[in-house]
Structures are given as C-alpha cells and as structure tokens.
Write a protein that binds this ligand. Sequence first.
Ligand SMILES: NC(=O)c1ccc[n+]([C@@H]2O[C@H](COP(=O)([O-])OP(=O)(O)OC[C@H]3O[C@@H](n4cnc5c(N)ncnc54)[C@H](O)[C@@H]3O)[C@@H](O)[C@H]2O)c1
Length: 314
Amino acid sequence: MRERDARVLITGAAGFAGSSLARALLHRGYGVTGLDITPPGHAALLRREMSDPGFTYLWKSLQDVQPSDVEGHSTVVHLAAQPDTPLAFESPRYTVMQNVEGTVALLEAVRKTGCVSKLMFAASGNEIGRALYFPIDEDHPLTPHNPYGFSKAAAEMALSAWRLAYGVPSIVMSTGVVIGPNMRREVFVFKWLWDALHGKPIVVEGGKQTRDLAFIDDVVRAWILAIQAPVEKVAGQKFFIGSGQEYTVEDLAVICREVAAHCVPIQYTGYRPGEEGHREAFSAEKARKALGYTPQVTTREAIALTAEWVRSLL
Ligand SMILES: NC(=O)c1ccc[n+]([C@@H]2O[C@H](COP(=O)([O-])OP(=O)(O)OC[C@H]3O[C@@H](n4cnc5c(N)ncnc54)[C@H](O)[C@@H]3O)[C@@H](O)[C@H]2O)c1
C-alpha cells in the first residue's frame, strides 16, 4: 500500500502533539483525519494542514466517535485528552471523564469496525509516579501519584482489557513531559522561559524531583517508526520514548534561565501533592531494539529550540 493510501486517524489533532504528528505524516504522504473538539476556525496549529488535500478535519467529541468515523483508517493515534496535571487536581472527575470515558468510546468504535491494525495511545510518565526501580522500563507496574496519572493509567488499562477481550491491537507510547514549538503554555518549561524572557522570576514548585523531558520531533519520529513497523512487532507492546537524560527540576530551571540569557531570580514554592521524591528516568532500550529509535535532541538542545519559538512570540 502506498503511504497516501494509508489513512491515519489522529484524535486530539488540533493540539500540540496531534498537529505536529499530522504535519509530519502529511509530509510523508499519508492521508490524515484529525478528530478534535476544537472548532475548525480555532484550530490554529492546523491552519496549513486544513487546506492540504490529504487532510480531513472531523470536528467532534471523542465521546461521540462512531465506527463509521474510524472506518477506512489502518492506524488510529489516540491523543485527545485532558492533559494538564494542575487542572486534574482541580477537576479530577472531568479529567477522568475525558481520559477514561473518551478512551473507552474510541475503543468501542475501533472494536466494532474490526479493521484497524494499530491503535496507538499517548501514555504519560505520570502513570508511574513513585517508581520501584530505575531506569523505569515497560514492565514497571502502573503506580500513579496524582489524579492525572490515575486517569491516564486507567485509560492504559482499558486498552489492555480491550486487547485481551476483543483483540484490539493497541500500542502504548509513553513519555515524560514533551516540549518544543507549539507546546502547551501551561507546562512549566514554557512558563519559565516566558517569565525569564520577560525579566520575571522563575517560580519552581519543589525542586529535587526529576524529569526525563522529550523533544516533540523525537516523539513524532518514534510514533512514525511505530506506525511503519510490522504489526506483529508492535501490537500489544508498550514503549517508553525518553531522552535518556534525568534532570532535577531545579537544574532544568537553571538551564531555562541560561538559555533565556536573562539573569532572573529562581524562587521556590512547595511541592505539588505527591511530587516530593518523584523521579523520572525511562529506559530507551526497548524502543531502540524494536523500533530503531534513539533520541536525537539533548535536553539542553530541546530547551534551546523551545526558547527560540517562545522568543518568536514576544
Ligand atoms: N505534552 C506532554 O507533555 C505529554 C506527555 C505525555 C503524554 N501526553 C499525552 O499526549 C496527548 C496530547 O497531549 P498534548 O500536549 O498535545 O495536549 P493538547 O491539549 O495540546 O492536545 C489535546 C487535544 O485533544 C483535544 N480534546 C480534548 N478532549 C477532547 C474530546 N473529548 N474530544 C475531542 N478532542 C478532545 C483538545 O481540543 C486538544 O486539541 C494527551 O493524551 C496527553 O495526555 C502529553
């Protein structure tokens, strides 16, 4: 099958990761359907893709997805979610409704069509909040430490249940925080760069907890490798897509300040609930062996590339 004939359905296509993936797939000749609740006129990150003949926009809620929406797509990449940890503390039930019920609605639609060969899910490092060992690998049990992590872990378990019950061919792609141009402005790296570039203090919640950041281009490349891999190699599998680099949050704040080239103060506030002692360091071994994936952008480079984009917004 030529790539143009292979259609990929992306849920959450109007968002940061979804629009980046849609762009990369269209560039490679895939047909793409982007499903999102965002009104088309507000889907700013898809402005160019909207006029691409290979792209179709499906303005719809995930909760109302039908088998007919899924038909004709060999791969479904499921990104639609309530992705914000702070909002999940304030609105845990809304977060569960979006992330769990939405995923079940999609699973049912995929199950009823029976023609999807890969259903890929963007999982989160938050599903493993207090790791039992390092580096964290794909066999690590799900041990979420906040409401957002719980909602994503429950969605991942739903994928596993539908795979075991009905043979829905799911693939779990898990990352820590993803950064890069067009990233969500609620995420700490964006806020720190924005504040530093405005000469304002960087405010750090906690400091000693660690993060394994991923750069968007690396993540998109890993997803495309999984889309292109033989089904039998990836179906039913989970992959961590990490940078292979673990940084404390306070060190990340220092890098943001250096990259912004503004000598602003770094101020510390308390940890978020469940954050103290949190460490993130994912093994990239399985993704390397099965997909041929290795990260190409270091954490410092990823922050510098993100800062370039933040500067362009000033
Ligand atoms: N960005 C990260 O750091 C990160 C890390 C790990 C996992 N993830 C996961 O990756 C996915 C994408 O994250 P992102 O940063 O691109 O988020 P984003 O908020 O930029 O994009 C999510 C998109 O989903 C859409 N959406 C939400 N609920 C919907 C619904 N019910 N029906 C239809 N569309 C809906 C939103 O309108 C939005 O366009 C999420 O599943 C998130 O949990 C993100």
